[in-house]
Design a protein around this ligand. Structure first.
Ligand SMILES: Cc1cc2nc3c(=O)[nH]c(=O)nc-3n(C[C@H](O)[C@H](O)[C@H](O)COP(=O)(O)OP(=O)(O)OC[C@H]3O[C@@H](n4cnc5c(N)ncnc54)[C@H](O)[C@@H]3O)c2cc1C
Length: 406
């Protein structure tokens, strides 16, 4: 069956879907409001987990997949949970080297590089400076999309991949909510050079570290070693706490103020953790209020649907939002390819996609919110229980593996 898909939003999920559909010969066009991504997160890297890699492999043509692998950093070292004096509580072993298993291990890639790779090979498919405003259903059942510049386009299926503040979702599911968790994450980048590496304990330069304070906050650090000479090495840090511990106007602070506030909140912590914040590049410092989607019940399927953050936006605590958006793209691609080859009806394919996507998407939303709440919990008891459980797990490696391996 021949049909045309319009994707609103050329981010990670929307572009992955476009590649998957193009590869299979399905007619698709992406409408993206920006020519260049300008959000400050673009300066950071993205963790791609095995599920994200597998899905990306399904969507991308071979040459882009090879390029993606070439740009990924080496897999992380051991992940360690410590207290804020860097005393180890629990260690999760590093995955094996990636050369013979590029899909099975978590990898990191620069967001800018991933966006560039995903945008390439789609000439004539992606239209920039196209801000979607609303859609309307035509009498023939097709959907007409309206853009801010007054133009319109028509599709057999519209996919809203337009991120957390999705206008497609607003119109399709007006009761779906995305709420502020009351958690603030503050982050930045500490440059790794031969000189600065000497100033830090190996724990912080060899793998991810979550340092949990005894009350209401913690800091997560992650070293990124370059995979190519044209990329810089750094540690990203992310200090999280509940809003009551942040100054009220923290969203407006500049880089130096952010570092200053976080530095004061870390008084008495291990000097290396304080150094990572104090000596980070002020231009990289950001404050993010953390949002999460509320559970959405299944709706009556029509020829408008949503993927990625547009439906299941989650806290960044599991590094899973982009991975889940790519997973959506791969699942929807597979279902639409079956429609293209005449094996399935369009609405049946979309319905099946929505049922599965809601299930795994909101499982991740719940899990990442639980982790976020645990990280900033003001309950001494809960934090003690978490630390004691982690310590106990460390003593029983097979049990730890069983509980922590997806
Ligand atoms: C601090 C932080 C760290 C994170 N780290 C990770 C990580 O390591 N791993 C991970 O998997 N996830 C991570 N995430 C989550 C991840 O960034 C998002 O889940 C992911 O970008 C969602 O992809 P998407 O395609 O759904 O939306 P987006 O990437 O947000 O793309 C949406 C696109 O739609 C466009 N758009 C919006 N409105 C319109 C409109 N009206 N008309 C046309 N276009 C429009 C936007 O310009 C944008 O290009 C992190 C998030 C944060 C905040």
């Amino acid at each position: 069956m021949s049909f045309h898909v319009v994707v609103i939003g050329g981010g990670t999920g929307g572009l992955s879907l476009a590649h998957g559909l193009c590869k299979a010969g399905v007619s698709v066009a992406v409408y993206e409001r920006q020519r260049v991504r300008t959000d400050r997160l673009q300066g950071f890297r993205l963790q791609v987990n095995p599920e994200g890699s597998r899905s990306l492999r399904e969507c991308l043509p071979d040459d882009l997949w090879e390029e993606f692998i070439g740009y990924c950093g080496e897999p992380d070292g051991d992940t360690v949970l410590t207290d804020v004096q860097l005393n180890e509580i629990m260690r999760v072993g590093a995955p094996p080297p990636a050369h013979d298993n590029p899909i099975g291990v978590p990898r990191a890639i620069s967001r800018t590089t991933l966006q560039r790779l995903l945008s390439s090979g789609l000439d004539g498919v992606v239209r920039y400076d196209k801000e979607f405003v609303h859609y309307e259903r035509q009498s023939d059942g097709r959907v007409r999309c309206h853009f801010a510049d007054g133009t319109t386009t028509t599709a057999d299926l519209v996919v809203g991949a337009d991120g957390g503040n999705s206008r497609v979702r607003e119109q399709l599911l007006p009761r779906a909510e995305r709420v502020n968790t009351g958690i603030f994450s503050t982050g930045g980048k500490f440059p790794l050079t031969p000189e600065t590496v000497e100033l830090l304990p190996r724990r912080l330069t060899e793998g991810p570290n979550a340092a949990l304070a005894s009350h209401a906050c913690g800091i997560f650090t992650m070293p990124f070693w370059h995979s190519r000479p044209d990329e810089e090495d750094y540690i990203t840090w992310s200090y999280s706490t509940s809003a009551s511990f942040h100054p009220p106007r923290s969203a407006e602070m500049d880089g130096e103020e952010i570092k200053d506030v976080v530095g004061r909140l870390m008084t008495g912590w291990h000097p290396a953790l304080r150094r990572v914040v104090a000596e980070s590049d002020p231009r990289s410092a950001i404050v993010l209020p953390i949002y999460t989607a509320k559970r959405v019940r299944p709706w009556r399927t029509e020829n408008v649907t949503v993927l990625g953050d547009a439906i299941h936006s989650m806290t960044p605590f599991m590094g899973a939002g982009a991975n889940t958006a790519i997973r959506d793209a791969a699942l929807l691609t597979g279902n639409l390819v079956a429609v293209h080859s005449g094996q399935r009806e369009l609405l049946d394919a979309v319905r099946d996609y929505e049922a599965k996507m809601l299930e795994y998407g909101f499982t991740m939303v719940r899990a990442s919110l639980a982790l976020a709440n645990m990280f900033v919990s003001e309950s001494w008891l809960l934090r003690d229980v978490v630390k004691s459980t982690a310590k106990a797990l460390s003593l029983i490696p097979p049990l730890k593996r069983k509980l922590l391996t997806p």
